[in-house]
Ligand binder design. Structure first.
Ligand code: AMP
Length: 281
């Protein structure tokens, strides 16, 4: 596996592949890779001739009081894992490569409406940063397909909308959430958890399953959402939201609607903010 830091090196390699008629898959990440990321690389490997992954801790998607500085950076380890998962090229640019005019001087993309709610409401500007960096990366890599985890459900929807709205020539694919044996969604942020918090964190997935089961039994959506928030609070979490939404556009379902839904939770446990979701019919 080749690692490049500069745009010219990336472009030269991708151009060489293209001239041989190869298709290109792309997996953007912030590094500190785990089995969830590797599953996306393997999916790309199965779908395209060549696979590019990026590792870039994107400053514009972190709020001023978020964990940009302490976000784990483990490039050597990531390189080894990516090579094993079948990645052909790792693009690991520095901030100046992606933001030649600095973060403040950069063009910023805003995907309206779908970003007004849930994560967007609790992390102002977060999805502007995500959309901006993903668009920049798409322009550099020019992949045929790009793979994103359903773990970040709203992010996947935002990217799908941006691609459609801007007519970007890339097919966006969602990949299933990889979980630890107890059900906790794998996340680079799980390592912030103390051993006791790690044991408690499984309650997020358990609560999502209960939300799904209560909706299936015909309970009112608002009651289910409130019960989930109370349960998490009693267990020592500080929930940002416990929501049932339509899976296609994250709008609020009507009472009695039971098809194509997703339960989403964001909650703080100590200093760690965890998110997870569960789609169901
Ligand atoms: P991140 O490095 O956290 O920005 O994530 C990079 C990509 O990996 C995103 O598309 C995430 O949705 C995806 N991802 C993160 N965690 C998981 C997981 N547990 N299972 C599947 N995909 C994941």
């Amino acid at each position: 596996m080749q690692t490049v830091q500069d745009a010219a090196g990336l472009r030269a390699t991708v151009r060489g592949w293209r001239s041989q008629g190869h298709t290109v898959g792309f997996v953007p990440t912030m590094g500190n890779l785990h089995a969830g990321h590797h599953s996306l690389v393997k999916l790309a490997r199965a779908r395209t001739d060549r696979v590019v992954a990026s590792v870039f801790v994107n400053p514009t998607q972190f709020g001023p009081n978020e964990d940009f500085e302490r976000y784990p950076r483990t490039l050597a380890q990531d390189q080894a894992g990516l090579a094993e998962s079948g990645c052909d090229l790792l693009f690991a640019p520095d901030v100046a490569t992606l933001y030649p005019f600095g973060a403040a001087g950069s063009v910023s993309l805003r995907v309206p409406e779908i970003t007004d709610t849930l994560e967007g409401a609790h992390r102002p500007g977060h999805f502007d940063g995500v959309a901006t960096v993903v668009c920049k990366l798409f322009n550099l890599v020019q992949p045929d397909i790009a793979i994103f985890g359903q773990k970040d459900f709203q992010q996947l929807k935002v990217i799908e909308r941006m691609v459609r709205d801007l007519s970007l020539p890339v097919k966006v694919m969602g990949a299933p959430t990889q979980r630890a044996d107890d059900g906790l969604a794998l996340s680079s942020r799980n390592q912030y958890l103390s051993p006791q918090e790690r044991a408690e964190a499984v309650q997020i997935y358990q609560t999502l399953q209960q939300m799904r089961d209560l909706i299936a039994k015909g309970h009112a959506r608002k009651v289910v959402e409130q019960a989930a928030a109370s349960k998490l609070e009693r267990a020592g979490f500080l929930p940002d939201y416990t929501a049932i939404r339509r899976a296609d556009d994250l709008s609020e379902p009507a009472e009695g609607e039971t098809e194509g839904l997703v339960a989403l939770i964001a909650a703080r446990l100590g200093t760690t903010r965890l998110i997870d979701n569960l789609s169901f019919d």
